[in-house]
Design a protein around this ligand. Structure first.
Ligand SMILES: NC(=O)c1ccc[n+]([C@@H]2O[C@H](COP(=O)([O-])OP(=O)(O)OC[C@H]3O[C@@H](n4cnc5c(N)ncnc54)[C@H](OP(=O)(O)O)[C@@H]3O)[C@@H](O)[C@H]2O)c1
Ligand SMILES: *[C@@H]1O[C@H](CO)[C@@H](O)[C@H](O)[C@H]1NC(C)=O
Ligand SMILES: *[C@@H]1O[C@H](CO)[C@@H](O)[C@H](O)[C@H]1NC(C)=O
Length: 345
């Protein structure tokens, strides 16, 4: 049916040309159409490690992308789905990107690709979700004082301090917000992540959640030194930053059309929480650190302060990376911006 469509299209364009000069005599017979010879490529896929020949594709269209080749390879090797495959032109070169087109690659009409297996992959959505669901559940286990956590006489008791309940609400709110954002706000364009990375990420998030929850929900926990005032201050900082963080995520989402990989410079929008884009490249990280500072003030708890510090260092590393990326990609990037802390870092 594709060839039918092509025929129909050709017929249409001929008619279209005709209709402009309807009264004109029949056009002279067309000169024979120049035979458009497609030069097909021959593609060979070789195992990077063993140099064993895995597959020979003998008639690949020149406009095929790397992803198309991966899909053809997948047909012969069902266990290696495209996201698991890495293809390169030289054993030491970088992996080819999925969008690259065969005829623009530096190869002749016979091309050898070196294949390596990247291992099982997870989509970013799955990764985000497992990073967030764990802390949410773990924290609640401590909050409800399930058996074997504190001494048996405290099983299923509740704290008499209001701040403990407030902290649980804030902590749960934070992770529920992240889960909902992952499902409904983010437009995640990069493909997948190796399965083994998830153990590292989740291990970190889950363990710190347990550590914080253990102390905050401990029967001997003492509320903040400056009482209600300190709790309120922390709570305001926390809520302010959560709203800010959400605003940034919405702004980033609106920057990108669904499915497109084109990057743009994010600018402040009508929402005042996004005006911080004038000063920093990664306000989502600034707000993230801010809300953990709020949580620290509110709970006055050493493990929380430690988590905040580590998060700050990690966010700074990522923010600097993204900032450098923006500077490299956009020549007209606003010079006033720093990575994460206005004018400082
Ligand atoms: N290794 C690193 O250097 C590094 C750095 C940052 C994050 N991480 C990992 O990512 C996780 C969390 O990072 P994250 O929360 O910052 O999420 P993220 O994966 O960096 O980004 C989330 C979403 O926002 C989009 N986005 C960001 N800037 C954009 C722009 N200028 N224009 C259009 N869309 C844009 C992203 O698009 P794109 O998919 O196109 O980016 C993505 O869809 C961490 O758990 C960590 O494992 C790693
Ligand atoms: C946070 O901001 C950086 C820089 O704009 C961006 O690359 C990253 O994807 C953002 N994270 C999320 C979850 O939107
Ligand atoms: C803020 O954004 C970052 C990355 O964009 C995200 O990982 C984090 O969970 C968010 N923090 C808060 C407090 O919502």
């Amino acid at each position: 049916s594709i060839s039918m469509d092509v025929l129909a299209l050709e017929a249409k364009s001929v008619n279209g040309a005709d209709s402009e000069k309807k009264s004109a005599p029949r056009p002279k017979p067309k000169p024979p159409k120049k035979a458009k010879r497609i030069v097909y490529f021959e593609v060979e896929i070789v195992d990077l490690k063993t140099k064993e020949k895995l597959l020979l594709l003998d008639k690949v269209e020149p406009t095929a992308t790397v992803l198309d080749i991966k899909a053809l390879f997948h047909k012969s090797y069902p266990k290696w789905y495209p996201a698991r495959q890495s293809l390169r032109l030289d054993p030491k070169a970088k992996c080819l990107r999925d969008e690259e087109v065969l005829q623009t690659l530096p190869v002749g009409t016979t091309a050898s690709f070196y294949f390596s297996d990247l291992g099982p992959q997870l989509t970013w959505g799955t990764v985000f979700l497992s990073e967030c669901v764990g802390p949410l559940i773990i924290y609640l286990m401590f909050y409800f004082r399930l058996p074997f956590i504190y001494s048996p006489k405290y099983d299923f008791t509740t704290s008499k301090h209001w701040i403990v309940h407030l902290a649980c609400m804030c902590h749960s709110f934070h992770y529920i917000k992240r889960i909902l954002e992952t499902m409904f706000v983010h437009r995640i364009s990069h493909g997948t992540m190796p399965l083994r990375n998830i153990f590292k990420n989740c291990g970190y998030y889950w363990c710190t959640a347990a550590w914080m929850a253990y102390y905050i929900n401990h029967p001997l926990y003492t509320p903040p030194y400056y009482g209600q005032q300190q709790v309120n201050t922390g709570l305001y900082i926390f809520l302010f930053c959560q709203v800010g963080n959400f605003s940034i995520h919405v702004a980033l989402r609106n920057l990108k059309l669904p499915g497109s990989k084109a990057k743009k410079i994010p600018y402040p929008t009508k929402n005042p929480f996004t005006w911080i884009f004038w000063l920093v490249s990664c306000p989502n990280y600034t707000y993230e650190v801010g809300s953990w500072i709020g949580f620290t003030v509110m709970t006055q708890c050493v493990p929380v302060a430690f988590f905040t510090l580590v998060a700050f260092i990690q966010m700074t590393v990522w923010a600097k990376g993204k900032h450098r990326g923006y500077l490299k990609e956009f020549r007209d990037y606003p010079t006033l911006r720093s990575s994460i802390l206005p004018f400082i870092l």
